[in-house]
Write a protein that binds this ligand. Structure first.
Ligand code: CA
Length: 224
């Protein structure tokens, strides 16, 4: 199980990392909000642990952005006991659990395992399209018997296309669903990501993403 830990207090981050690794988790640490937000978007994790008060971007903002993109990844907030934030805020913003500092890494590991079990139980049925299967709870994708190596963003894009399979989906619909509502960059980013997905799907001709000129994209699958 892969954990993203976003925590700017280095000694605490290292203690938590050591505790979770001893418990069998694989841990990636980000030391500020911007790095944490980027990793949460681009890499695959099973659960995210967010400190609230972070340099550059708060834990709440990272969680808000994740939820705005439709991510259901379990999020646990670390809250300072004397902080100005209320723990209810952590849950309102889309967090699944919180722990007040100081805490025991052993208890944190147990809480993370509980979150992962809950996420697996509430998972929707895995979407399928021809030989393609998305395993949403574990955020993994399979093409036949081969696992696809996808970033979190590529996974979100593929999930959205498969959800709308056999329909033409416009770039702006994709931007609204897969990127942040507030995304103001170049819409050509969609082309870049569709290109990456096509290359990763190229091994199997039974799944194709067509470009429909002037309209958007359409994913289709044939059951071999
Ligand atoms: Ca902090």
């Amino acid at each position: 199980m892969r954990v993203l830990l976003v925590e700017d207090e280095r000694p605490l981050a290292e203690a938590v990392r050591a505790g979770l690794e001893a418990d069998g988790f694989s841990v990636v640490v980000a030391g500020d909000g911007v790095d944490g937000d980027w990793l949460a978007q681009e890499e695959h994790f099973d659960v995210i642990v967010l400190d609230v008060m972070l340099p550059h971007l708060s834990g709440y903002e990272i969680c808000r952005r994740l939820r705005a993109r439709g991510s259901t990844i379990p999020v646990l907030f670390l809250t300072a006991k004397d902080g100005e934030y209320d723990e209810a805020d952590a849950l309102d913003i889309g967090g699944d659990d919180f722990m007040s500092k100081p805490f025991s890494p052993v208890v944190l590991a147990a809480r993370l395992r509980a979150l992962l079990r809950r996420a697996a139980r509430s998972a929707e049925p895995d979407p399928r399209l021809g030989p393609l299967r998305l395993e949403l709870a574990r955020r993994r994708a399979w093409l036949g018997t081969d696992e696809l190596r996808l970033t979190a963003r590529e996974m979100a894009l593929l999930h959205y296309l498969v959800h709308r399979a056999e329909h033409v989906v416009s770039k702006s619909e994709i931007l609204d669903h897969v990127w942040d509502e507030a995304f103001e960059g170049d819409a050509n980013v969609v082309e870049v990501y569709v290109g990456r997905l096509r290359r990763k799907l190229a091994a199997n001709p039974d799944v194709t993403i067509e470009t429909i000129r002037g309209l958007g994209y359409r994913i289709s699958g044939r059951t071999p």
